[in-house]
Design a protein around this ligand. Structure first.
Ligand SMILES: Cc1cc2nc3c(=O)[nH]c(=O)nc-3n(C[C@H](O)[C@H](O)[C@H](O)COP(=O)(O)OP(=O)(O)OC[C@H]3O[C@@H](n4cnc5c(N)ncnc54)[C@H](O)[C@@H]3O)c2cc1C
Length: 371
């Protein structure tokens, strides 16, 4: 049986950022990842957007960590020559009701500390994006795009430099509290293993509710049960129809099917949002649904070829009819699990927020666990 000071379960962008920040404060940090390589799940199946923070209620962790993570992410990219493009984003209103929604978003964004927000009228929008035809738009200059793989490589390199160890191909199947420590059991490269640790950080993404349940928490009672909510993407053929990110006013479980240029300039439509009881990265939506949504604000999409591209799965705490749910990032000491930090429901803006989440977890560790 091996022993570690800190075991982190899951090496997505969040687990890696947490490993980076915790390994600055502690030796003997192990990251256990079931896949052969880090970042193979949600962290590499998303829109690659650095969000500005307009979409989340004031005072929520999503708002705070997104706004902080936005600044940190650009700073990291700039300092370490990681490719990014601060393209700016238009959230567009077509109807009067949507204009009201835009005004709410503007107030929320300003409350959250999102920089440089401003309204643009039809003609101003046309000047920036000739193919976008709308009543009004909210311009957010601090929204941009990054390469998640490059960010993860960076967080991994930072953690490794601090001697954190990544054990890939290592699946955790049991987690128990024994004599003030956690006993973590699993299978690594086909062999059974056990490691003990005083601190366990649950960064298991889509399986983070299962890890909390393994530890002994009643996930249904606590509202930790995850709903998997899928989003498909289509790619637009021909010349890119937009240069910036263009979003409708959000509706339903996602942010609405939007247009996102990638680092090469090619544009994807998506993601939509539908709850699933199976996990697959196959595109299951129809071209018709995507065209109908986007043609409302980018009419030329009607004639463009669009091809199924990719899909991602959101680990949502919020079920289909539930109101807003925040990230759960919590030391479970008061529930009898001193040393267990749960991160559950880390959906969007988790990529943007990751470095701020790393710092937040490190703060909890220093002030509540390693006192
Ligand atoms: C469609 C979509 C679009 C999105 N777009 C954006 C965006 O544009 N901008 C943004 O900021 N955010 C976006 N997000 C959110 C963002 O991608 C996630 O918040 C982020 O990737 C979550 O990272 P993670 O490390 O928590 O999860 P993951 O990347 O899922 O990592 C969790 C890891 O835990 C491992 N694991 C699970 N169980 C075990 C176990 N038992 N033992 C060992 N390892 C285990 C998994 O294999 C996995 O590698 C989007 C998400 C989706 C689905």
């Amino acid at each position: 049986m091996e022993s570690a000071k800190i075991v982190i379960i899951g090496a997505g962008v969040v687990g890696l950022a947490v490993a980076w920040k915790l390994s600055e404060k502690s030796e003997s940090v192990y990251v256990l990842e079931k896949n052969a390589k880090f970042g193979q799940e949600t962290s590499s199946h998303n829109s690659c957007v650095v969000h500005s923070g307009i979409h989340y209620p004031r005072g929520s962790l999503k708002a705070k960590l997104c706004v902080e993570g936005n600044v940190m992410t650009y700073d990291i990219c700039e300092k370490h020559r990681i490719p990014y493009k601060k393209l700016g984003k238009l959230t567009v209103a077509i109807t009067e009701d949507e204009v009201d929604e835009l005004e709410k978003l503007m107030r929320q964004g300003q409350d959250n500390g999102s920089e440089g927000l401003k309204f643009l009228g039809r003609e101003e929008v046309k000047k920036l994006e000739p193919n976008v035809d709308v009543e009004k738009a909210l311009f957010s200059p601090s929204t941009g795009i990054v390469e998640p793989d490059e960010l993860m490589n960076h967080y991994f390199a930072k953690a490794s430099k601090n001697n954190a160890v990544l054990a890939a191909g290592t699946e955790v199947v049991s987690l128990r509290k024994v004599d003030g420590e956690f006993e973590v059991e699993g299978v690594s490269q086909g062999e059974k293993f056990t490691v003990t640790a005083k601190t366990v950080v649950n960064c298991a993404g889509l399986d983070s509710d299962k890890i909390a349940a393994m530890a002994g928490l009643d996930v249904d009672k606590l509202g930790y049960r995850l709903h998997h909510c899928k989003g498909d993407y289509f790619r637009v053929g021909g010349r890119p129809p937009v240069k910036m990110l263009v979003y409708p006013v959000p509706k339903g479980a996602g942010l609405g099917i939007h247009l996102t240029p990638d680092m090469a300039g090619s544009v994807r439509l998506g993601p939509n949002a539908y709850y699933v009881d199976h996990d697959s990265y196959e595109v299951e939506s129809t071209e018709k649904e995507f065209r109908e949504d986007v043609v409302r604000f980018v009419p030329l999409i009607k004639e463009r070829e669009i091809q199924p591209d990719s899909a991602g799965i959101r680990p949502k705490l919020q079920g289909p009819t539930d109101p807003f749910r925040d990230f759960v990032i919590r030391h479970e000491a008061d529930r009898g699990f001193f040393g267990l930090i749960d991160l559950i429901g880390i959906e969007s803006p988790g990529l943007t927020a990751a470095p701020a989440i790393g710092e937040y977890v490190s703060y909890i560790y220093q002030h509540e666990i390693n006192r």
